[in-house]
Ligand binder design. Sequence first.
Ligand SMILES: [Fe+2]
Length: 503
Amino acid sequence: MLRRQFIHRTALSMLTGAAGSLLPKAGLATVDSWKSAFAEALDNNPWLLAFRSTTSDSFAADADLEGRIPEGLTGTFYRNGPARHEIGDFRYHHWFDGDGMMQAWRIQPDGVTHSARMITTRKYLAETDAGRALYPGFASVPPDPKPVTSADSVNVANISVLPHHGKLYALWEAGSPWEVDPADLSTRGLHAFSTETEGLPFSAHPRVEPDGTLWNFGYVSAAKKLVFWHISPKGQLVKAGLIDCDPIAPVHDFVVTERYLVMLIPPLNFEPTGGGSFLDQHQWHPEQPTRVLVVDKNDFSRHRFFELPAQWVFHYGNAWEDEAGIIRFDAARAPDPMAMIDSFRVIMRGQVVPDGGSFHHQYRLDPTRGTVEETPLLDQGTSSEFPTIDPRVIGRRYSRIVMLTRSSSAEHEMLNEVSSLNLDSGSLDTYRYPDGVIPEEHLYVPRRDLAPETGGWVVGTGLNYRKEQTELRIFDADRLADGPVAIAALPYALPMGLHAKFV
Ligand SMILES: [Fe+2]
């Protein structure tokens, strides 16, 4: 049973860690040098444009089109991501702290138009009004911070986008969905699936099955609990439930099969130290296992934990159960969370610290024997992230993963290829982005008149930092190596975003 009292207590404490730990501290009331350090680094390192703060709170343009829009590809490519990285003299200390901006790339037979708007969350409006950063974020604490009164008071809606039952939501992971108008991208307000569950965390990677059934989770750090969500195709709450998880970590993504919800819980344990940001309240324990949690979709109280060696995973592709009851899933496996703890932090002051990278693996979990096997899916040395699939095979047997990869050096430190991996044949089809362009997450957009995974397009955006413009590329999903069939370029450069969805 979810009680509102519990919700208010946990929603607040999940961000603040120990009570009051993020209240003002003596000696912090001066602006630090991150903003000037980044500006100086950008002069010498043009690809850092990916992390520049947005130059406007809204954008609109007709894209300059090279090539042709393929027949049958019509729709809107939405992307969300952190965009306002600076306010006043303060620059956030982590990529994940920037306020969210929603983009819409509208693809029509005769061209592509683009629009973008900052998501006007409570925090965004309060800080815009004040002209300075007011609240602690995921990994940043500004000078003279105000106390956090609820998770949604600091919800920056900056990670992903969810289209569901005709509505569009911008998602963070520690608070509620923010509803956004799908047409003009204006912010409509916070969304609650019920009064009982109002304010409970709703993570950035819900899984929507082909019939519209939605599953999601959230982590409630201070209470050491995970919340699980089951939402109907019409957007109604079917059930929500809590599972004890001690120790608990900031879990980012999960997968579903026909019968189960599956997630890895890495040993990045929430251990409040009484100071610093929410991220600072975590300790990495490589000597401890990464637990695999398997939850029964029909009854969240029925769940089991399995174990893997310590590892970190941001994102999964998909999962399914084979005839023998083995749960198979894939994920971008990193040896540790150093990208999040270190690289994505210091990049905000223009400092480049390569992390260990992440490498695509397939997992086979045998619930009867209690074992989990992991096998690399790509050549050693080929790193990967942002796996996506044909949305019509979620939770079912699948053979194709589209992801960003990096198999050779590049001028910048980010991933520089888009690849399609066929799990049945093992074949890999790769397009290497030209120097000067950093790709963002790409999506598999199926042709609706064909069976799943048998044809369609790969659509993705990227930052051309040499031309200072953001570009959208469309590929034939079966011929990535041939290069894009169309490129739509904007007359401006946007900060690099996170997740996208095609409607
Ligand atoms: Fe993500």
